[in-house]
Write a protein that binds this ligand. Structure first.
Ligand code: AMP
Length: 461
């Protein structure tokens, strides 16, 4: 079959209309390459082995396959998806839940290590239709007889190559031994090394081989999209991202000046060193903000698009889109991942901003990669910046040169050169970045610092 329309697929008549309407509501108007190539076979209950990466739409390929066979009224576990990591399992579970919105009462459980066993056991006792999990934990449940796989009709091995790399071969084979002989196996793997081909031969029946040129991202920017749903607010989500990723430098984009100030204020209230930059700042303030960001004494900069336009800063580790703006999305994320460095771009969106994601996918010609806020690890608040900035009230007009400032700090105060960062000299003032760790020592002696034979006034920014 040579079609990219979901409506051309052979879904069962009683679910087809609702299923298609749900795909439309998710913005899935056409099949991706892997879906078009695999779904016709998957829906015929054939085994498939597919080479596909994240971003290709593989989750929907097997997700629609297993959902289309599900008998919701039979309250038994019918489908099992094995994933190498908890993160992937959560992501897969989220995608299947979205896809399952066309029908009521589908119960999906994730069973992963690193989480308490007892609540999983209790949930299992209440029953489920679909299990998504990691091999180790599923094996544990089988050993403790808390999981019954005797009604499984669909098995998915997602990122099978990674599961083999992680040493899950025995667990996987053992899990499969609990599944009825008659079942469909879908195996997804980024690579097709011998070990995968061998494993497929031993567990699959005449699998259809599917290969697609994946839409994976070759650029240096890794993108992730996070849906913010109640009770979370976007500001909380932002704090969660900063606390999880702990970036040394991050640029947060939002749409308005007011929002920009408000976000910076809230972050500061939370102990994060954030500054706002927007069109209302005077030139001097703007310069100071940029200087502090560039010399590493401010790690979080909140900006409007206009204000960021003239920004000439390399090495921004993470760009965060507080709001989605499809028309400037590519420009925004292009602030990171420069000069051959790896960059990360994170985007927050609410349910009613979903349609913008679709536009972004079109513009970048690539599917968006979703992640879950709940999967973020809380490592406290964002890392404080490495440096602090001191302002010396003397500049070029006082014949101040960088060497004079460096000499004063390293000489009399005995600070080593590597603890002194960027020095910027303007007409009437100069700025020096110092390692935060030595800040106290400097403050104690700040009145006595002698530069070019004088005690210029020194203050912190
Ligand atoms: P995956 O490769 O499964 O991680 O999918 C990447 C992203 O593409 C997921 O976030 C899906 O929500 C999205 N996606 C999957 N299939 C489609 C489609 N046919 N149209 C638009 N987006 C899709």
């Amino acid at each position: 079959m040579n079609t990219t329309q979901f409506s051309d697929l052979d879904f069962k008549a009683d679910i087809k209309n609702n299923l298609l309407a749900n795909l439309e509501s998710l913005g899935y108007h056409k099949m991706t390459d892997i879906q078009a190539k695999s779904l016709p076979y998957i829906l015929k209950n054939q085994d498939v082995i597919a080479q596909a990466k994240t971003g290709s739409g593989k989750t929907a390929a097997f997700g629609l396959g297993l959902l289309s066979k599900l008998k919701v009224k039979e309250y038994k576990i019918q489908a099992l998806v094995l994933c190498p990591t908890r993160e992937l399992a959560e992501q897969v579970a989220q995608e299947i839940r979205r896809l399952a919105r066309f029908t009521h009462n589908v119960k999906l459980l994730t069973l992963c290590g690193g989480q308490a066993f007892a609540p999983q056991r209790d949930s299992l006792a209440h029953g489920a239709h679909i299990i998504v999990g990691t091999p180790g934990r599923i094996q544990d449940h089988l050993n403790k007889r808390t999981l019954n796989l005797t009604k499984i009709h669909t098995l998915v091995l997602d990122e099978a190559d990674r599961m083999l790399d992680m040493g899950f071969y025995d667990d996987m084979m053992n899990i499969i031994s609990y599944i009825p002989k008659q079942h469909q196996t879908m195996l997804f793997s980024a690579t097709f090394l011998d070990s995968i081909v061998k494993m497929s031969a031993s567990i699959q029946k005449k699998p259809i081989n599917i290969h697609v040129e994946s839409l994976h991202n070759d650029s240096e920017i890794e993108q992730r999209f996070y849906e913010v749903t109640p009770p979370h607010l976007k500001i909380d989500a932002l704090k969660m991202l900063l606390a999880h990723y702990q970036p040394e430098s991050s640029l947060i984009f939002c749409n308005t000046k007011v929002q920009c100030q408000e976000i910076a204020r809230q972050l500061k209230g939370n102990g994060t060193f954030a500054l706002a930059i927007h069109g209302d700042l005077e030139q001097k303030e703007r310069n100071q903000v940029l200087l502090r960001f560039a010399n590493k004494s401010c790690s979080v900069l909140v900006a409007t698009d206009v204000a960021a336009r003239g920004l000439d800063i390399d090495n921004i580790q993470i760009v965060i889109n507080y709001d989605l703006s499809p028309d400037v999305h590519i420009h925004r994320i292009g602030r990171t991942g420069r000069a051959g460095k790896k960059g990360t771009a994170l985007s927050l969106y609410t349910t009613h901003e979903r349609h913008k994601i679709e536009l972004i996918e079109k513009i970048q010609n690539q599917m968006c990669h979703y992640d879950l806020l709940d999967s973020l690890e809380d490592k406290g608040i964002a890392t404080p910046p490495l440096m602090i900035t001191l302002c010396i009230h003397a500049g070029k007009k006082n014949k101040m040169r960088p060497g004079d400032i460096l000499g004063a700090f390293t000489g009399e105060l005995g600070i080593i050169g590597t603890q002194v960062g960027k020095i910027n000299i303007f007409d009437f003032s100069s700025y020096v970045a110092l390692n935060r760790k030595i800040a106290n020592k400097v403050f104690k002696h700040v009145q006595n610092i002698n530069i070019k034979g004088r005690n210029f006034k020194i203050s912190t920014l």
